[in-house]
Design a binder for this molecule. Structure first.
Ligand SMILES: [Fe+2]
Length: 304
């Protein structure tokens, strides 16, 4: 089962990130079951996503789901990178959408993504951008944040898959585990961080309501969790404004951020309560293009 088939090791930048290599032989075994599903049926018939996930697990003797859950739920780790052997020529973008879907449905249920009106979203980062969100702005840093800050649904985890890229230099992935952040104690003890903030979102997100929640909360083991993104909180007084400024500055200046180039075809699968994610800016190129897929959702065990 291990070696050429499935290999798990610490990421070279941090042992908190577990890299799951899917070998050539395993990919070959996935081609046939994945061919039974097409993207339209996956989009229209939710039950097919469960069948797809089951066929993915079966190739790994039904152990992949347990492996993923262990990594995602462990406070020591909390992030997996699933890295298929991309020399395999049969791996195309449809295959990667199916793999990402299977990974997500092995551990939980995706939230409806209002931006795409599907259970997942695909989007490009290109040289030119006229959108209203930092998500697609290639030449600015996408600062460290968590997902789902402006929606009512719980966002326990997120899947981010790099489907394709052209003329890319820079744009590295940036991750930070909350417990590695030098300023956590300082910010966590500030009572303002536990006050409710109002969170809105720009038009492109197609969410027509605002939510209220604090930046910091506590999980069932009394460990701090964070729900934060720079663009969406609407501070209602000076105290809240200055708190958010301090939070933003001290996240960005952290020396413990993990920065690395994510290979094409790979998926970052992160616990959204104690991992923050972001992206460095790209080097300018008129032909720049990166296509990404995202899925966010809740664990099966955390349905309310
Ligand atoms: Fe994000």
């Amino acid at each position: 089962m291990y070696n050429n088939f499935l290999k798990i090791e610490d990421h070279k930048e941090s042992n908190r990130i577990q890299v799951i290599h899917i070998g050539e032989e395993a990919l070959d075994k996935l081609i046939f079951p994945f061919n039974k599903f097409n993207i339209t049926s996956l989009e229209y018939k939710p039950f097919t996503r469960f069948s797809l996930a089951k066929s993915l697990d079966e190739v790994f003797e039904n152990k992949l789901s347990t492996i993923l859950l262990d990594i995602l739920n462990s406070r020591k780790t909390g992030t997996a990178i699933i890295q298929p052997e991309m020399r395999n020529k049969k791996i195309d973008k449809d295959f990667l959408v199916k793999l990402s879907t299977g990974l997500a449905y092995l551990i939980g249920i995706p939230n409806f993504d209002s931006m795409s009106e599907k259970y997942y979203a695909r989007f490009y980062v290109k040289h030119q951008d006229s959108s209203d969100s930092y998500l697609r702005k290639a030449y600015t840093n996408l600062d460290l944040h968590t997902d789902g800050t402006y929606v009512k649904e719980k966002t326990d985890w997120l899947v981010m898959t790099k489907l394709e890229e052209k003329n890319v230099s820079g744009g590295e992935s940036v991750l930070l585990h909350l417990d590695d952040w030098e300023h956590l104690d300082d910010l966590y003890k500030d009572p303002i961080g536990k006050e409710n903030f109002v969170w809105g979102s720009p038009k492109s997100k197609k969410v027509d309501y605002k939510v209220e929640h604090p930046v910091f909360s506590e999980d069932k083991n009394k460990k701090p969790t964070i729900s934060y993104i720079d663009q969406f909180p609407e501070p209602k007084n000076m105290k809240q404004g200055l708190f958010l400024q301090k939070l933003s500055d001290s996240l960005e200046e952290s020396k413990n951020k993990i920065t690395f180039p994510l290979p094409v075809g790979s998926t970052i699968f992160s616990n959204n309560y104690f991992w923050l994610h972001g992206r460095k800016s790209f080097k300018e190129h008129t032909g720049l293009s990166r296509e990404l897929l995202r899925i966010r959702g809740t664990f099966f065990s955390n349905k309310s």
